[in-house]
Design a protein around this ligand. Structure first.
Ligand code: ADP
Ligand SMILES: Nc1ccn([C@@H]2O[C@H](COP(=O)(O)O)[C@@H](O)[C@H]2O)c(=O)n1
Length: 211
């Protein structure tokens, strides 16, 4: 006998605060059974490509992601089977050799810029969130984070933002807001929205029937 997991999707532009929101929800459930899956970890494997080729990839386009593998993994977790989640290394623009063994849990949070773009992923979700933060704040946050944590230079972050991130955001990410059940302004420090989400997830968990 087991309970069907609750699946929550958290989308939003790069630097909007998706990871912060996801972590805040995760931390509220620590005593319970919860796991996070980052769509970034499911960027297509590029280990067969030379570095100069990897630098040219458009990482903000839906085709950059291996959603088939992500969906396969979610379906396994929904059937209470474990999966081996890939690990992504931003400094080499491909997956690392590691994998993380992930056990099924009662709550699964899926987080990523384009997590609401694929209808097959949306169909697996019980709740869809979109973290909505103005573009000026997003680029400032991204600049600081990518230099500190992702091994990038200021020039490369700005060049990528202007030529790729911004146009792809407007074409593919922002339009997915219409699929969201809840839009969370400003991201990780919106404690009211996070508390409301935690309460809602708890209610769904209690309502889910045992199979
Ligand atoms: N509300 C906020 N105010 C200030 N900084 C924030 C806020 N939310 C997130 N950040 C910071 O901005 C950066 C990007 O946030 P993150 O949650 O990683 O965004 P995303 O996952 O959407 O790219 C991180 O360094 C994070 O600490
Ligand atoms: N090799 C890569 C892979 C992805 N990116 C950028 O990451 C952004 C998504 O991550 P967030 O945590 O910011 O949501 C996305 O906008 C890609 O441009 C990258 O720079 N290099």
């Amino acid at each position: 006998m087991y309970r069907k997991p609750v699946v929550i999707g958290v989308a939003g532009g790069s630097g909007s605060g998706k990871t912060s929101v996801t972590k805040a929800i995760y931390d509220s459930f620590k005593s319970q059974s919860i796991l996070m899956i980052e769509q970034d970890y499911y960027y297509k494997d590029q280990s067969h490509l030379p570095m100069e080729q990897r630098l040219k990839t458009n990482y903000d386009h839906p085709l950059a992601f291996d959603n088939d593998l992500l969906i396969k993994h979610i379906q396994k977790l929904l059937q209470h089977e474990p999966v081996e989640k890939p690990v992504y290394d931003y400094s080499i623009h491909t997956r690392s050799n590691e994998v993380i063994y992930v056990e099924p849990k009662d709550v699964i949070i899926l987080e990523g810029i384009l997590i609401l773009e694929d209808e097959r992923l949306r169909d697996l979700m019980d709740i869809k969130l979109y973290v909505d933060t103005d573009a000026d704040l997003r680029i400032i946050r991204r600049l600081l984070r990518d230099i500190k944590e992702r091994g990038r230079s200021m020039d490369s972050v700005i060049e990528q933002y202007v030529n790729v991130v911004r146009p792809m955001h407007n074409q593919f990410i922002e339009p997915t807001k219409r699929y969201a059940d809840v839009v969370i302004p400003e991201g990780g420090h919106n404690h009211v929205a996070i508390d409301l989400m935690v309460t809602k997830i708890q209610t769904i968990l209690e309502q889910k029937s045992f199979l």
